[in-house]
Design a protein around this ligand. Structure first.
Ligand code: HEM
Length: 436
């Protein structure tokens, strides 16, 4: 007689193996499995590994928040490791805990506020380019514009004045391939190697200079763990690469989608312009009070992140026994969670495809009651959330009152579902100068 106590309870799912990656086929597969089997689905991957798709909001929260220590980062992160070594986003367990404790103070709001002037400067850089394009009647590639904006910004915030004197001095920005080349092939491996060498030299020069600068590099250099030990050079390199990659592509993609959506929603755009004119000073650096007052822009950004969460699929691998609903998770199980799918599920978000920033009104229920996690949840939640809202509010608050960006094509830009959710095609918009 089998011992009924030891029978593992698995969610329903298909008998045949299921291939899962981080790609469009996986989105179709997961959505199909959800429709057929419900919010908890188990399956076997071609190599024999067990995998679950968890689409139940309470269980998603449990995995990311209370039980997070039972789950490590999952499949897909191997490829990212090529770029980020053992930096915060890919590390687990004690290594992650130590780094997180050392890095978190750098993201305190007072520190982020000190970087607002850099956000203003990088926005002014875009404004000059867009003005030229508007006057020449030439469309801009908003996908590369937002990418260049977010990359320049994070690099200046990390390296301060070294960015201009040491990194971009010869006009050949060694980080450019990050925004231009989305493949992670051998060429990129070589470029990453070269880059690491350059950064090592820069770190050594900084250590030797011992001057009073304020940027992420200086904060990371001063950080120590509980034993008083600072980051080694290799650890520092991994953390700097992590900050660059985590910090630019996500914000860039969000801004890309915001501009695209605004070009098709004149009423939403008008309210944002009115708000920016009322809240932001005409020139100079806004204060945190100014940006906090931009509540409509905040709602627009939140709604954009509901429709297009840059990290559309999270993967985890269980490292201990767990129980989700009435099912038993065994160690070694791959777990898939998708904000993209949950954010677009009719049961949770009525008329989910409609762009409607009113969903996030302060008196609404959206934030509390509906599944929403573009920045993840729990102890591994994004560290750059506040930073990204500030940079996006300053970018939009300054550029929207100056320019209307008109769509030049009715073509849908499509979705590229990789590690990040991007538009499949670059989006071109025609800047038109607004009357003050
Ligand atoms: C719209 C903008 C952003 C979005 C949607 C976003 C989203 C996320 C998500 C979903 C994660 C967790 C990934 C996972 O657990 O698998 C994450 C982690 C992280 N993000 Fe962001 N991010 C954004 C901007 C930024 C910025 C601007 C920075 C830095 C300036 C940043 C720094 C980080 C770091 C350091 C982590 C790792 C945290 C950890 O593992 O402890 N992010 N982000």
């Amino acid at each position: 007689m089998p011992d009924t106590e030891s029978v593992t309870r698995r969610p329903p799912g298909p008998d045949e193996p299921v291939a899962l990656g981080i790609d469009p086929e996986t989105l179709a597969t997961l959505t199909g499995l959800r429709d057929r089997y419900g919010d908890m689905v188990s399956m076997t991957k071609p190599g024999g590994r067990e995998a679950w798709f968890v689409n139940d909001p309470a269980e998603v929260r449990r995995i990311l928040v209370r039980r997070h220590a039972k789950y490590h980062k999952g499949p897909g992160f191997e490829r990212v490791k090529m770029l980020l070594g053992n930096g915060l986003i890919v590390s687990d367990g004690d290594v992650w805990r130590r780094s997180r404790t050392m890095i978190q103070p750098a993201f305190k709001v007072q520190n982020v506020h000190r970087l607002m002037s850099v956000m203003v400067d990088c926005t002014a850089h875009r404004e000059r380019e867009w003005r030229r394009a508007a006057e020449a009647g030439e469309p801009i590639n908003i996908t590369s514009q937002t990418s260049d904006f977010a990359l320049e910004l994070i690099l200046r915030c990390i390296f301060g004045s070294d960015y201009e004197t040491e990194l971009a001095a010869d006009g050949d920005n060694p980080f450019d391939f990050l925004s231009k080349d989305s493949t992670r092939d051998l060429g990129v491996v070589m470029k990453v190697r070269e880059l690491r060498q350059r950064l090592l030299a820069l770190i050594a020069a900084r250590r030797a200079r011992d001057e009073d600068t304020f940027d992420f590099l200086s904060m990371y250099l001063q950080a120590t763990d509980k034993q008083g030990t600072p980051f080694s050079d290799d650890e520092l390199l991994d953390e700097l690469m992590t900050l660059i990659v985590a910090g630019f592509e996500t914000s860039a993609n969000t801004l890309n989608w915001v501009w695209y959506l605004l070009a098709g929603h004149a009423d939403v755009e008008r309210r944002m312009i009115e708000e920016a004119r009322a809240c932001l000073p005409d020139d100079g650096v806004p204060t945190p009070e100014h940006t906090t007052a931009m509540t409509w822009t905040q709602q627009v950004l939140e709604e954009t992140l509901r429709l297009y969460p840059p990290v559309w699929l999270y993967t985890r691998r269980s490292i201990a026994d767990d129980e989700l609903e009435d099912y038993d998770v065994e160690p070694g199980t791959d777990i898939y969670l998708s904000p993209y799918i949950l954010h677009r599920t009719e049961r949770h978000w009525p008329d989910p495809g409609r762009f409607d920033p009113e969903r996030f009104a302060a008196d609404g229920t959206a934030r509390k009651e509906r599944p929403y996690f573009p920045f993840s949840l729990g102890p591994r939640r994004c560290l750059g959330e506040y930073f990204s809202f500030l940079e996006m509010k300053i970018h939009l608050g300054r550029l929207l009152p100056a320019f209307h960006l008109r769509r030049v094509s009715a073509e849908d830009p499509g979705l590229e579902l990789g590690i990040n959710l991007r538009s499949a095609r670059d989006i071109f918009l025609q800047p038109e100068l607004r009357q003050a």
